[in-house]
Design a binder for this molecule. Structure first.
Ligand code: CUA
Length: 334
């Protein structure tokens, strides 16, 4: 091979590799990185991408060069020279891919095992998925239950996930991992947040009509901010019923779907709780009994014109009592 030909090959390879690298680097493919686990996953991703860029450059160079250099003349109908096998070449193109794929496998296995490992001082959070809502409870804080996931930064968190009905899947794009939530078995996920902020929690397994609405937020706080939040929730839960009820109404996500002036809620998905007049209560129940039943078992009576979207809420008794009292109290005032 002449020197000019080698230079041409190298030149084409560099242009092709440069284009592939530009596409990989310059386009914003991913959301922000907000956890240690996601950093490791991204490392595997880029490890694989750079292997792909080099292989792509090599193949593009040989292909483009061959098309250009060995093009048949317009009237040349003859066959090419007969070639059969090249043991050296075959060994090379078997060994190189084998080594590359094996190395990706080894790097992935290391990252998977690191991502499953818990750090010290673990925060446990129980996650419950049901059609179509998430709830999070904190055993450390007497099972304080919230509709949003709040986590302290830089602390190892073990999520223990349960499903009440069908298969759901927990996903925070910035944390980089998905974990199925399966009825009858308990699954776990380790998260070590590395960035303060407010992220989306998405259900990423088609679980029914309300699947697209099965979303909430994951809020990463400073350790002080997290402790202050826990303390505030605990105080509200132990305080006067109105305050505890309002706190529950907000933290469980009721505000997203219902209108209730006392809680500053203006949701339109579910019934307007400001106007729970007597005539609309089925079977001569008291307002109190009706509200309680609707929280624990919304399917017992569905108001006409509203889709079956509200999940049943299984709350600690004190929280349920406070929530019922708050809704009844607030509804009566309007
Ligand atoms: Cu739960 Cu989709």
């Amino acid at each position: 091979m002449r020197r000019g030909n080698i230079l041409a090959l190298v030149g084409i390879g560099m242009v092709a590799g440069g284009l592939a690298a530009a596409v990989a680097l310059l386009l914003p493919w991913f959301p922000d990185v907000a956890s240690k686990e996601r950093e490791r996953i991204d490392f595997v991703f880029w490890f694989t991408i750079w292997i792909c860029v080099v292989i792509f450059a090599l193949v593009a160079a040989v292909l483009t060069y061959s098309v250009w250099r060995f093009r048949a003349a317009p009237d040349d109908d003859s066959d090419g020279p007969p070639i059969h096998g090249h043991t050296g070449l075959e060994i090379v193109w078997t060994l190189i891919p084998t080594a590359l794929v094996t190395s990706i496998g080894i790097v992935s296995a290391i990252v998977l095992s690191q991502n499953a490992a818990l750090g010290k001082n673990v925060l446990h959070v129980n996650v419950t998925a049901q059609q179509f809502a998430w709830s999070f409870s904190y055993p450390e804080a007497k099972n304080l239950t919230s509709g949003t996931l709040r986590l302290p930064i830089h602390r190892s968190v073990l999520l223990t996930l349960h499903a009440k009905d069908v298969i759901h899947s927990f996903w925070v794009p910035e944390f980089g991992q998905k974990q199925d939530v399966v009825p009858g078995i308990v699954t776990t996920l380790v998260i070590t947040p590395t960035k303060l902020g407010d992220f989306r929690v998405i259900c990423t397994e088609l679980c029914g009509l309300g699947h697209a609405l099965m979303r909430t937020r994951a809020i990463v706080l400073s350790p002080e901010g997290f402790n202050a939040w826990i303390k505030k929730q605990r105080e509200a839960a132990g305080g006067p019923p109105g305050q505890a009820g309002e706190a529950a109404f907000k933290s469980l996500g009721c505000v997203a779907c219902h209108t209730l002036t006392a809680a500053g809620a203006t949701g339109k998905v579910g019934p307007d709780l400001d106007n729970l007049d007597k005539e609309s209560i089925p079977g001569g129940q008291s307002l109190e009994a009706y509200v309680r039943q609707s929280i624990q078992d919304p399917s017992a009576y569905r108001r006409p014109g509203y889709a079956a979207q509200m999940p049943p809420f299984d709350l600690p008794k004190a929280q349920l009592d406070a929530l019922v009292a708050f809704v009844v109290e607030s509804a009566k005032q309007h």
